[in-house]
Design a binder for this molecule. Structure first.
Ligand code: NAD
Length: 340
């Protein structure tokens, strides 16, 4: 059975999830929906995707500039088993009523509150929780990064206490209207919402987060200090635990990855779709174990980290894989993320 997938909202996340769905052996992309004509709408048609009009958009506006339209969002939903909502933050909640009316399952993104769906999801941490569900929320980029790291630490060592500082990118690269372009803005909500958001997936994880926004568009960086219940043998053991886990990329010192600019240059060199880096990125020399305390930096490519998670959520909801590792392996093979 190939699950028929629709994408509603074709921006940063939607266009990436569309390409990822099109690459999966057990899924079929039935179409994408967009509100306004743009280069992205033109590119969707050039890729052979059927384009539908969403939200307040009107068909004539697209056709006036020569972009063919296959129908309305309602037409698209009628042909789909599931819709991945990738509309802007909070718009997903308005769209939820449309999905219910069309009796189609739905995945929402991290810009929505947790109560929009039956479960919040991150493939390494709680794949089974999404099995058979009709609505799932794939958590935000930062929450995904933290949940993945928890899936490495918690089962191996147990977590007694985790403090994470989230250094947030100010905007995505194409968002020229957002800032700051200078200055560091502390998030005056202490602790930040990220810790409670991780607990929508791992309810008992003792994590506390603070955040600040800095003038960069490339990636977020997390500064982590974790008090573990049992001590790793040494730093090398923890490095290997991260390195062996799918969706983690650990750079070695000789690779000369000084920071996020080189990570994104690595992404351009590797040349996956959109030059994305969908893994949690760690540095071997940015991981240190001191008794039961682990320190590590991790960088998160906000535009792409949730893409493989959305694919695994579909597979869990339709019972297409026997377990999380199997689904992750299928997804990662199709996306070019498999480890050698
Ligand atoms: P975006 O602004 O890049 O794209 C959203 C798209 O939806 C745009 O093309 C917009 O025109 C379209 N749209 C507007 N109203 C619509 C409607 N009523 N119906 C359908 N489409 C509509 O946004 P994004 O960055 O892709 O974010 C989408 C979701 O993913 C949000 O919940 C966001 O919080 C979440 N998310 C974003 C990032 C990130 O860093 N960009 C990371 C993780 C999660």
């Amino acid at each position: 059975m190939r699950v028929r997938v629709a994408i509603n909202g074709y921006g940063t996340i939607g266009k990436r999830v569309a390409d990822a769905v099109a690459k999966q052996p057990d899924m079929e992309l039935v179409g994408v929906a967009k509100t306004r004509p743009s280069y992205e709408a033109e590119r969707a048609v050039a890729k052979g995707y059927r384009l539908f009009v969403a939200g307040s958009g009107n068909r004539q506006e697209f056709e006036h500039v020569g972009i063919p339209i296959a129908g309305t969002l309602a037409d698209l939903l009628a042909q789909a088993d599931i819709v991945v909502d990738a509309a802007p933050e909070k718009v997903g909640r308005e769209n939820a009523a449309l999905y219910r009316a069309a009796k189609v399952r739905a995945i929402f993104q991290g810009g929505e509150k947790a109560d929009i769906a039956e479960v919040s999801f991150s493939a390494l941490a709680n794949f089974e929780a999404a099995r058979g569900k009709h609505t799932v929320r794939v958590v935000s980029c930062n929450t995904t990064g933290l949940a993945r790291a928890a899936a490495v630490l918690e089962p191996r060592y147990g977590v007694e206490d985790w403090e994470a500082t989230i250094v947030r990118r100010a905007a995505d690269p194409a968002e020229s209207g957002r800032g700051p372009i200078n200055g560091i803005l502390p998030t005056f909500h202490l602790p930040s919402h990220h810790g409670p958001d991780v607990r929508t997936i791992l309810p008992h994880l003792p994590i506390s987060t603070t955040a600040m926004v800095v003038p960069t568009t490339l990636m977020h960086v997390h500064v982590n200090r974790v008090r573990l219940r049992t001590a790793p043998e040494n730093t090398a053991e923890l490095v290997e635990a991260f390195r062996r886990t799918p969706r983690f990329h650990v750079f070695r010192e000789w690779e000369r990855i000084a920071g996020t600019p080189q990570v994104m240059e690595f992404g351009r060199d590797r040349g996956l779709g959109f030059n994305d880096v969908m893994e949690n990125v760690l540095w071997e020399n940015g991981i240190a174990v001191d008794g039961r305390t682990a320190h590590f930096f991790q960088a998160i490519h906000q535009e792409s980290i949730v893409v493989p998670e959305s694919i695994d959520a579909i597979r869990a909801m339709f019972d297409l894989a026997q377990d999380g590792p199997t689904s992750i392996a299928i997804t990662d093979r199709a996306l070019g993320l498999s480890k050698p």
